[in-house]
Design a protein around this ligand. Structure first.
Ligand code: ADP
Ligand code: ADP
Length: 236
């Protein structure tokens, strides 16, 4: 479904991602682990083209996404929804409006304020919030919610993009254990129910073991492990 072929990305002297080849199947829940600086964020950003690779190809269902531009690039970004460590909600807008941002694929405030959303869009947003157990909070300002709730709003926003894959960059690194569990369970439910492919950067091995089918270990830009949680346990 998604194939990374010999991807390399350097920032000056630093080779953030070094000759990485990986292939992802539909419906996988993948955890990428590794120390800070290992290249995990850069890898996700290369996939959805927040960053441009120095060399190599990223191919999604036959389309080379490394060369997309304009409308095709915007379309691709909408198909791979991104979830960030710091949630990236618009704090002074209400929760429902934050979810609706997923429909226009734009993380700025201005367009949202002037956008008229259809009843169908609003219903889809409400449905996504209900799925994440956040319908009662729909009309609250985003910044009145707990961190765990805000991350679940971000997941709802991702869902109404109708993504083909979800890329989560350290989604639980800012959360307490209980909220971290709720967020990872929500992601796993979406993975199971929608057969959604989810690639998730995680800073703890425990979370990857508990929630992912496949674990990729990165160090200094290289893939140093790729296997099941059981295979990882037998190696460490
Ligand atoms: P991780 O997500 O595993 O912590 P990153 O992908 O953020 O790793 O970073 C990999 C390496 O690339 C680090 O050495 C980091 O400092 C460097 N790096 C990442 N983004 C940039 C950037 N925009 N400019 C310069 N260096 C960067
Ligand atoms: P993470 O914890 O996900 O690795 P970082 O704190 O390393 O994130 O990086 C945060 C942001 O700063 C990212 O957009 C990354 O690309 C950028 N960045 C990281 N390292 C550098 C660097 N050495 N020079 C410039 N930008 C960097």
């Amino acid at each position: 479904m998604l194939e990374l072929r010999k991807i390399t990305k350097a920032f000056g002297e630093t080779i953030a991602v070094n000759n990485v080849s990986l292939s992802f199947e539909p419906g996988q829940m993948v955890g990428i682990i590794g120390r800070s600086g290992a290249g995990k964020s850069t890898l996700l950003r290369l996939i959805n083209r927040l960053a441009t690779s120095g060399s190599g190809d990223i191919v999604f269902e036959g389309t080379n996404v490394t060369t997309l531009s304009g409308k095709d690039l915007r379309e691709w970004r909408a198909r791979c929804a991104m979830i960030f460590q710091q949630f990236n909600l618009v704090s002074r807008l209400d929760v429902l409006t934050n979810v609706l941002i997923g429909r226009i694929g734009y993380l700025g405030t201005m367009p949202v304020m002037f956008k008229h959303f259809s009843a169908a869009d609003r219903a889809a947003a409400a449905l996504a919030l209900d799925r994440l157990d956040l319908l009662p909070q729909a009309l609250q300002r985003a910044d009145t919610l707990s961190g765990g709730q805000q991350q679940r709003v971000a997941i709802a926003r991702a869902l109404i993009q109708n993504p083909r894959l979800i890329l989560a960059d350290e989604p639980i690194a800012s959360l307490d254990p209980r909220n971290a569990r709720l967020v990872m369970e929500a992601l796993r439910d979406i993975n199971r129910q929608d057969k959604m492919t989810i690639i998730c950067n995680l800073h703890t091995l425990d979370a990857a073991r508990a929630y992912c089918d496949r674990i990729i270990g990165m160090a200094q830009g290289h893939v140093v492990f790729d296997g099941s949680p059981a295979q990882l346990t037998s190696r460490v």
